[in-house]
Design a protein around this ligand. Structure first.
Ligand code: NAD
Ligand code: MG
Length: 392
């Protein structure tokens, strides 16, 4: 029996995780759940899964959550605030932590889980982009495990030899190839990109996801963040991480070896496969995902990414090359710019512009500690807001 804490339980990854958990009552027990502000949904999940504790990130909602739990007869203890998320992540009652909060807001809890030696099912890529330099050593020191839930990294993990441990040379790994769907604007002319709406950006052709990652998929910043994520997870320099556009999202990613072999992992575009892989590891468990019918698919297409229409990808490569705090600056600026786009304060093509301005405004420093990273994150957000104000 594995004891699972699900942080970000009310989101898209949270829902897919609970769907897999629901199929295996003999294997998994939910010990805690968290949400940002949706107390009704959190309480309903508490009534169904009977966790010992639930946490709401917005501290002003603690009393309302407790009242809601009482009203529906759920016995879970209610906690609130950012520290409550860290408490759940480090809770001795949990051996597995699903890190499914979106954005830098998930960093504290993901790091707490790493320090506490948990098995982490990592969806919260922003935490690794911002703080891979702290997260990876923390996992090594605590004996924790990281199982990637991001479908590309999960695919790469599956295509690497067991016991890979971040040493490409020893295992003959030449490079990894991340696939990208290309997003909803893959074929849209450059001139039309400036006028696309948030609704159009969030209508992803293959995946149903939260709004932030949907916009990131449309700008290709999601792939840029994933390049940086792959650097930390697999110990690869930027030059050994490639991106190819694959509109069907069936080949989830590939690993190329010294002898010319290229291994790929294929499947439906359904996050439950990667989540079930992490939950069941090292066993394979049923995930509710339909079988793949290659003859019905008939074809798989590949093309290079358009780096001119989608400059966010190269901004991410530049931040990775600059190293230190630069990926954190990139991430913070992107979070602010995506929010501004969703609130109609900037246009779609303004997103990479704000990120570029912010990277130029804040020089990279070597990573020292969490306080420094959080200070850089704040400074980058302030600089991104200035860029938005100047360009509005
Ligand atoms: P979502 O917006 O659907 O859900 C986000 C979850 O985080 C919700 O439970 C929300 O309550 C919580 N949350 C939001 N802001 C918070 C805050 N400030 N403090 C605490 N909790 C907060 O997002 P999602 O699509 O489920 O994505 C979650 C993470 O997984 C992201 O990092 C995303 O990049 C990654 N991811 C998602 C998918 C996918 O298919 N959805 C695929 C790969 C990776
Ligand atoms: Mg992905």
């Amino acid at each position: 029996m594995r004891h699972v804490a699900i942080l970000g339980a009310t989101g898209s990854i949270g829902a897919s995780t609970l769907d897999v958990v629901r199929r295996h009552p003999d294997r998994f027990r939910v010990v805690s759940l968290s949400a940002h502000r949706d107390i009704d949904r959190l309480a309903a999940l508490a009534a169904e899964f009977r966790p010992a504790r639930v946490a709401i990130a917005d501290p002003s909602l603690l009393d309302a959550l407790a009242a809601r739990l009482r009203a529906i007869g759920a016995t879970a203890e209610a906690l609130a605030g950012a520290t409550a998320l860290e408490t759940l992540a480090a809770d001795p009652a949990a051996d597995t932590v699903v890190a499914a909060i979106v954005g830098a807001a998930g960093l504290g809890s993901t790091l707490a889980a790493a320090r506490a030696g948990k098995r982490i099912l990592l969806a919260n890529k922003e935490a690794v982009v911002l703080a891979g330099a702290l997260l990876m050593p923390a996992l090594a020191a605590s004996g924790g495990e990281l199982l990637p839930v991001d479908s590309e990294h999960n695919a790469i993990f599956q295509c690497l030899p067991r016991g890979y441990a971040g040493d490409p040379g020893r295992h003959g790994v030449e490079r990894v190839i991340l696939t990208a769907s290309g997003g909803p604007f893959r074929s849209l002319p450059a001139a039309a990109l400036a006028r696309v709406t948030p609704e159009a950006a969030c209508a992803h052709p293959n995946w149903r996801m939260g709004r932030k990652i949907s916009v990131d998929s449309a700008t290709l910043m999601n792939k840029g963040l994933e390049v940086i994520e792959a650097h930390w997870l697999f110990g690869l320099p930027a030059g050994r991480i490639e991106v190819v556009v694959h509109p069907q999202s069936v080949v989830h990613s590939l690993v190329a070896y010294r002898d010319g072999s290229v291994l790929a992992q294929l499947g439906q575009p359904d996050m439950r496969t990667a989540i079930a892989f992490g939950l069941g590891w090292p066993d394979r468990i049923e995930a509710g995902v339909a079988a793949l019918d290659l003859a019905a698919l008939a074809r798989l297409d590949f093309e290079p990414p358009d780096r001119t229409r989608f400059p966010a990808l190269d901004l991410a490569y530049q931040a990775l090359e600059a190293g230190g705090t630069a990926p954190g600056v990139l991430n913070a600026a992107n979070e602010v710019a995506v929010e501004a786009f969703l609130n109609a304060r900037i246009g779609f093509t303004g997103i990479p512009t704000v990120v570029r301005d912010t990277l130029a405004a804040i020089p990279a420093e070597p990573v020292r500690d969490l306080d420094q990273l959080l200070a850089v994150d704040r400074a980058a957000r302030a600089a991104a807001l200035r860029s938005i104000a100047e360009r509005a």
